[in-house]
Design a protein around this ligand. Structure first.
Ligand SMILES: [Zn+2]
Length: 115
C-alpha cells in the first residue's frame, strides 16, 4: 500500500528529529495533506497509526489537515478551485494556469516531551 510506505517515512523523519531534540516521547503530530497529493484520507489514517506503532510516535495524537486544491489563471489572474488535475480556467478557458496549493504532503509540526 502506497500510503503505508509514506506513513513509515513520516514516522522515520519524526523519529530522527525527535532523537536530535532528545525527546522522551512525541505527543502530537499535525500532517498537511493536499487533495492533489495522491493520498487517500481513509488509507493514510489507517496507515499512520500502523507505522507509528513501536516508535517514539506511538502515543501521539495525530491531526490530519486536508488542503483543498486551488489554482490561478496566468491569463486573467482569477483564482479558482480546480477539479482534480483538470485546471482549465473557468473564467477565460486559458490553459495557462498553475496550482497554488493542493499537492502538499507535509509534517506541519509535532510536539515532544523532553526529560
Ligand atoms: Zn483565466
Amino acid at each position: 500500500m502506497h500510503e503505508l510506505s509514506i506513513a513509515i517515512q513520516i514516522a522515520e523523519i519524526i523519529t530522527e528529529e525527535a532523537a536530535k531534540a532528545e525527546a522522551l516521547t512525541v505527543t502530537k503530530v499535525i500532517l498537511e495533506i493536499g487533495s492533489l497529493s495522491g493520498i487517500e484520507a481513509d488509507a493514510i489514517e489507517l496507515a499512520v497509526p500502523e507505522a507509528f506503532r513501536n516508535t517514539i510516535c506511538e502515543n501521539a495524537a495525530v491531526e490530519y489537515h486536508y488542503i483543498k486544491a486551488r489554482a490561478v489563471c496566468e491569463s486573467c489572474c482569477n483564482e479558482f478551485d480546480p477539479i482534480d488535475h483538470y485546471k482549465i480556467c473557468p473564467f477565460c478557458n486559458s490553459l495557462y494556469t498553475s496550482f497554488l496549493k493542493g499537492k502538499e504532503l507535509n509534517i506541519k509540526s509535532f510536539d515532544i516531551v523532553k526529560p
